[in-house]
Design a protein around this ligand. Structure first.
Ligand code: CA
Ligand code: CA
Length: 147
């Protein structure tokens, strides 16, 4: 029997570290961050990330400021997609720093660290445009989605 790479991509401890990073990032911003991990995208990643964003109902935030970090393990690739509320106010290079952070860790096989630092970076980036408010609610679950 072959192991499902999606299940072994992160150890339970590493998964907890990722969830902690999401909670921490979301304590600075009203933006919502989610992670989706699957083995292969089957379709071009730019379309797939949109599909997953939609499947996870990530459009359903008040300020349209959710961000998806998408990982395709076998394809050795990832993508970041932010909702229209973010794209309306930021430059095209907005995610570059976050992408570079993730890529640098992933290249070395440090997947947990790539996700943790990427999530924290996304949170810091979002904070400028979407600061945390006392009335903030957790609009999207702080869990890792697996496809
Ligand atoms: Ca929130
Ligand atoms: Ca959340």
């Amino acid at each position: 029997m072959t192991q499902n790479p999606v299940e072994t991509f992160l150890t339970p401890t590493e998964e907890q570290a990722v969830l902690t990073a999401i909670r921490k990032a979301e304590s600075h911003t009203s933006g919502e961050i989610r992670v989706h991990i699957e083995n292969t995208s089957n379709t071009p990643i730019d379309t797939r990330v949109l599909d997953v964003f939609s499947i996870l109902k990530m459009h359903n935030t008040e300020l349209h400021n959710a961000v998806l970090i998408y990982v395709a393990i076998q394809d050795k690739t990832f993508a970041i997609y932010g909702d229209k509320g973010i794209n309306a106010v930021v430059s095209d290079t907005f995610w570059d720093e976050t992408k570079n952070t993730i890529q640098a860790h992933f290249k070395q096989g440090h997947f947990k660290q790539g996700l943790v630092d990427g999530i924290l970076s996304a949170g810091q980036q979002l904070k400028t445009y979407f600061p945390y408010k006392a009335t903030d609610t957790d609009e999207l679950p702080n869990t890792i989605s697996k496809g």
